[in-house]
Design a protein around this ligand. Structure first.
Ligand code: BGC
Length: 268
């Protein structure tokens, strides 16, 4: 049982049909929030997230939108307001990888990752922030006028060869988040990032699907286990709650120590 509640708050989670997004959506719903489950392609998976939330007594609906498409994002927010009147929590989670050696990386691989991972967070944050500013604080709901949680990565600080588009998108999210936090704080809007390390989801299945791959991955994780979507979900729900009311403009890493650069533990 949580010591806090998100009861009465409306939350939009992008890319909530699988992986970390799904874990976050389930945790927010468990804390009492009503959810919009955004997805890009996999309607069956999004419906499954909705049905898990409803079975547990929560409220949710699925909505398809490409977060990098301005008109689709605006239509999604319009539907959210139709169903729940307003928004209290935005979780910018949708993201993907299009990995390639740098010299072979196509403009399309670069652009797709920047569009979804970074521009998508801009477009959704802008819509949410407009509504937070318009509505302001509703005391009985939350001490903040709104909360934006950006899903970043350890790769906002750890360079990642073979993934420069992805690492650049996450580095961009860091300054997007901090600059939004600075500008929006006077409106009582909190903006924070979560920096997950290796979490067991479809995006990195090749890194954990065989025992060999997993052992290799765990050499990067001092705490010696792979993370689960539930780990990130619990953090996101807490960050969205008034328990975290004084946190804005920072990234909370949740990575089993990956950002401790374990390669240096017996070297350097
Ligand atoms: C990436 C994963 C990777 C993890 C740790 C995440 O941001 O999406 O593929 O396993 O970082 O390197």
């Amino acid at each position: 049982m949580n010591s806090y509640s998100l009861y009465g708050q409306s939350a939009l989670v992008t890319g909530a049909d699988s992986g970390i997004g799904k874990g976050v959506a389930l945790a927010l719903a468990q804390a009492g929030a009503k959810l919009l489950i955004n997805y890009a392609h996999n309607q069956a998976a999004a419906d499954q997230t909705v049905s898990e939330i409803k079975t547990a007594g929560g409220q949710a609906f699925a909505y398809q939108a490409d977060v990098s498409h301005e008109a689709q994002v605006q239509a999604m927010f319009a539907e959210l307001y139709k169903q729940y009147d307003t928004i209290d929590i935005l979780v910018n989670n949708a993201g993907l990888q299009k990995d390639s050696k740098f010299v072979d990386m196509t403009l399309d691989q670069w652009q797709t990752v920047i569009n979804i991972n970074l521009t998508g967070q801009f477009l959704c944050s802008r819509e949410a922030a407009k509504e937070f500013v318009r509505r302001g604080v509703v005391e009985r709901v939350s001490r903040a006028a709104g909360k934006i949680i950006c899903m970043s990565s350890v790769h906002e600080v750890i360079p990642w060869g073979g993934h420069v588009n992805y690492a650049a998108s996450k580095g961009g999210i860091m300054m997007l988040m901090k600059s939004m936090a600075q500008e929006l704080a006077p409106h009582k809007i909190r903006v924070v990032s979560i920096g997950p390390g290796a979490i067991q989801t479809p995006i990195n299945h090749s890194a954990w699907e065989t025992p060999d791959a997993l052992n290799k991955l765990l050499t990067l994780v001092p705490y010696n286990r792979i993370g689960q979507p539930e780990d990130i979900g619990k953090l996101a729900a807490w960050l969205a709650s008034d328990e975290a009311d004084y946190i804005t403009g920072t990234t909370i890493f949740m990575d089993g120590g990956m950002t401790l650069y374990p390669g240096f533990s017996d070297n350097g």
